[in-house]
Design a binder for this molecule. Structure first.
Ligand code: GN1
Ligand code: MG
Length: 349
């Protein structure tokens, strides 16, 4: 690990490299380096090449996006080295390393920042909403082409195509045991496709969005203000609703994504409202009437998609998400389904 970190343009000597975080997809490490200016920390990441088929394209997206953000943050008198990610080039001049087919990249660690795995107050949820919409607003005039790093990511039509293949192949022989859960997915198919048609026909516009906005993908400062959106792997042109819906999935869930005690899992309407308030405070500057109308439904859509994705991975034999124990994807499915039902009941959608 140290030898990999040394191939980046880091000042001074590398003291240590240790694993960090709980991402389901990539592997993340924290690097400590020492130079005569003192110690400095970095984030080293191995991007998952089984999932991302064009990592150079993904890094290029991140470079373009962060350059745009830095310009705007500077113009607003902010600190671009803290309010967005800073990629560090490798010594060969590229912003990634390809070592035996595995891709690595390095960013500055943002000191004095805090991450959360769940929202512990309405204040934090409101600030998270503000952080997300500020990110979307700063990118609203970004007009360069982007590589589609994960084609079909939140496209339910694409997910149904994957789903049908998984069910037909049933590689782990698990489909029969989850028949009742498969039915839960199928029952909602028509409504999900009706929503998706509004995106396909252009009534709901595409914007530059994050697409993976769970609470652990934003850094806060020590006073609880939103600081920096991280995990920029899935930036795409997509509806802003996906980001809102994915946020609600974590900010307004009263329990963890993989809670085993389902009685603990529900939608917190006060957290939902707090996030909504923060989100609208900046989104008001760009959001259209139809987007506003579908904000509550987006929480249902993205949570539904997540139920489908967890269940599909369970049926596939756990090939996509990192699991900690054999039934983990089934546990995640049940917890997300409980949340989905609660969203449907409490938001009346
Ligand atoms: C993955 O990368 P990470 O761990 O933040 C996944 C998201 C899921 C999330 C579920 C590229 O997010 O789509 O919503 O797990 N990212 C990808 O927690 O599939
Ligand atoms: Mg991610």
């Amino acid at each position: 690990m140290k030898r990999i970190a040394e191939q980046f343009d880091i000042e001074g000597r590398i003291l240590s490299v240790n694993r960090l975080g709980e991402g389901f997809i990539n592997d993340t490490f924290i690097v400590v380096a020492q130079s005569d200016k003192g110690t400095r920390r970095y984030i080293l990441q191995r991007k998952n090449g089984n999932i991302f088929k064009n990592i150079p394209g993904m890094i290029d997206n991140i470079l373009k996006i962060t350059a745009h953000l830095k310009k705007k943050i500077n113009a607003a008198g902010g600190d671009p080295s803290r309010e967005t990610l800073t990629l560090i080039p490798a010594k060969n001049g590229d912003y990634y390393l390809n070592i035996e087919g595995e891709y690595w990249c390095l960013t500055l660690y943002i000191e004095d920042s805090v991450t959360y795995h769940s929202a512990d107050s309405e204040m934090l949820a409101e600030q998270g909403g503000r952080g997300l919409s500020s990110f979307q607003l700063l990118l609203s005039d970004f007009d360069q082409p982007l590589t589609d790093t994960l084609p079909g990511f939140h496209n339910i039509r694409f997910r149904y195509a994957q789903w049908e293949k998984s069910l037909a192949a049933d590689p782990a022989g698990r489909a029969a045991s989850v028949k009742h859960l498969i039915d839960e997915i199928e029952q909602r198919r028509g409504e999900m496709l009706d929503f998706y048609k509004l995106i396909e026909n252009g009534e709901i516009p595409l914007r530059v969005t994050h697409n993976d906005t769970k609470i652990s993908n934003i850094l806060f400062d020590k006073s609880g203000n939103p600081l920096c959106m991280i995990d920029l792997d899935t930036i795409l042109k997509a509806p802003c609703l996906y980001d809102f819906g994915d946020s609600i999935r974590s900010y307004a869930n009263t329990a963890a994504e993989d809670e085993q005690d389902l009685s603990k899992v529900e939608l917190s309407t006060s957290m939902y409202e707090a996030f909504y308030r923060g989100y609208i405070s900046n989104a008001d500057k760009f959001i259209t009437e139809i987007e506003r109308k579908y904000l509550p439904f987006s929480a249902r859509y993205i949570t539904y998609e997540q139920v489908l994705r967890f269940l599909m991975d369970y049926i596939d034999g756990d090939t996509y998400y990192r699991i900690k124990y054999p039934q983990h994807n089934l546990v995640r499915t049940l917890a997300q389904l409980k949340l989905l039902r609660s969203i449907e009941n409490k938001l009346h959608i």
